[in-house]
Design a binder for this molecule. Structure first.
Ligand code: FES
Ligand code: FES
Length: 157
């Protein structure tokens, strides 16, 4: 099946069986390896991407579901001015240790902040509750997302 979608702002066409998983198309066909395949069962969040600005697990998303839609992966964050401040906020708050969870955490943060620019601490914790950080950087990640929210509001002024 031919699938046409916007990936990190560019029109992209792939040929794949409709049930092939988005995470596999991204990593294996398009060589975008920022999106990780952890559990493969919707439990760890390492595969999180944005589908029409909402965070989804790409290991639970069939490629046919993105036909005609917009997908943003971690590779597309720095070139998207709406969400670019998230990456420096993670670095400045030392919210990265081994980095394995980071792309998924950044995408969950992006999905939250695009839809709720002024989240409470509880809303941030809920937004990343599906992302596991084995290094337990949760407090630094919380502060990074708070800083990103602040910086994104300043940038929008
Ligand atoms: S790999 Fe998708 S949630 Fe774990
Ligand atoms: S920084 Fe290592 S898993 Fe989160």
């Amino acid at each position: 099946m031919e699938i046409r979608f916007y990936l990190n702002g560019k029109e992209t066409v792939v040929n794949a069986p409709p049930e092939r998983l988005l995470v596999d198309v991204l990593r294996e066909d398009l060589h975008l390896t920022g999106t990780k395949r952890g559990c493969g069962e919707g439990e760890c969040g390492t595969c999180t991407v944005l589908l029409n600005d909402k965070a989804v697990h790409s290991c639970m998303t069939m490629i046919a579901q993105v036909n005609g839609h917009r997908v943003i992966t971690s590779e597309g964050v720095e070139s998207d001015p709406r969400i670019a401040p998230i990456v420096p906020a993670f670095v400045n708050n030392m919210a990265i240790q081994c980095g394995y969870c980071t792309p998924g955490m950044v995408m969950s943060a992006a999905g939250l902040l695009l839809n709720n620019p002024d989240p409470t601490e509880d809303e941030i914790r809920t937004a990343i509750s599906g992302n596991i950080c084995r290094c337990s950087c949760y407090e630094q990640i919380l502060r990074a997302i708070q800083q990103a929210a602040h910086d994104m509001k300043e940038a929008a002024k």
